[in-house]
Ligand binder design. Structure first.
Ligand code: G1P
Length: 289
């Protein structure tokens, strides 16, 4: 069984839920306190043992690439001013991991974006992390939990969360095989954004996956599905005719950064967890009571 060494992060979408900000700046660069959302996602991958990361962007999103590279002018400036702490901050990530980029110029859907990672995966299973979902794992990072489950099963794993009935139509929804209440269960089917009347459960795909490379065979021939888009969920359903696919309930807190409420929640929560900001944030919150 091949180990999970690679992670793919799609980041080529328009971010229409966050206009007007996303007119000029990618939603992946929205800062949670002082760090772009996509950096938290890359850090989750590193903390999960990932060695190679691919980010899928488009030519309007070059600033994501800039963020993960060296900024020699800035580094030299900080050196000349003896700003060692700041220098460490800007140098840390490029030293830890090499991030690769590929381009998806047409926004045809998540399935189409993932297909752009075929050469990068090069026949290996890989982790997939969607940038709208930021997790704070309870004991381990969300992706690490999925990798552990993959190491146990050798199969594709979908990270899930339980959502209320009124929200099932916003997610890919899983139908477990049997009635087991275990956190790791084999799936019978998945359906993308079902109406609540026909949703098979409340188990939603939460933006974290481990996928075997067989997924690419199905993505290549995937026709358009929900919303007229090439849906990853539809290819995962077809993958189930060839291989077992499991879901794993992610143990941790999720923030939906793609929604304004989730973004504000993360901003407040992450500030309260920072020793340099917690007191200031408490003071601000008290003022607005
Ligand atoms: C995507 C997936 C969906 C998943 C969701 C999680 O949808 O297609 O299956 O549940 O991410 O955030 P999107 O939110 O991009 O429409």
């Amino acid at each position: 069984m091949k180990l999970i060494r690679k992670a793919v992060i799609p980041a080529a979408g328009f971010g229409t839920r966050f206009l007007p900000f996303t007119k000029a700046v990618p939603k992946e660069m929205l800062p949670i306190v002082d760090t772009p959302t996509i950096e938290y996602i890359v850090r989750e991958a590193i903390e999960s043992g990932i060695e190679e990361v691919l980010i899928i962007i488009n030519s309007e999103k070059e600033c994501i690439r800039t963020h993960f590279g060296h900024n020699v002018v800035l580094e030299n400036f900080l050196k000349s001013k003896n700003k060692t702490k700041e220098l460490e901050i800007v140098e840390a990530l490029p030293k830890q991991i090499h991030v690769e980029f590929t381009y998806q110029e047409e926004q045809l859907g998540l399935g189409h974006a993932v297909l752009c990672a075929e050469n990068f995966a090069n026949g290996e299973p890989f982790a997939l992390l969607l940038g709208d979902d930021v997790y704070v794992g309870r004991k381990e990072p969300a992706t690490k939990q999925l990798i552990n489950a993959y190491n146990q099963t050798g199969s594709s794993i979908l990270g899930t969360l339980v959502v209320p009935d009124e929200d099932v139509s916003k997610y890919g929804i899983c139908k477990p095989r049997g009635t087991s209440k275990n956190s790791l269960v084999e799936l019978e089917s998945v359906v993308e954004k079902p109406a609540k009347e026909v949703a098979p459960s409340n188990l939603a795909i939460g933006g974290r996956y481990v996928l075997t490379p067989a997924i690419f065979d199905y993505l290549k021939t995937q026709t358009r599905g929900a919303g007229g888009e090439i849906q990853l969920t539809d290819s995962i359903l077809r993958l189930m005719s060839k291989e077992k696919v499991y879901s794993l309930a992610i143990d941790g807190r999720r923030y939906d950064i793609g929604s304004k409420k989730g973004f504000l929640d993360a901003t407040i929560d992450f500030s309260l967890k920072r020793s340099d900001l917690a007191e200031d944030m408490k003071e601000i919150l008290n003022k607005h009571k």
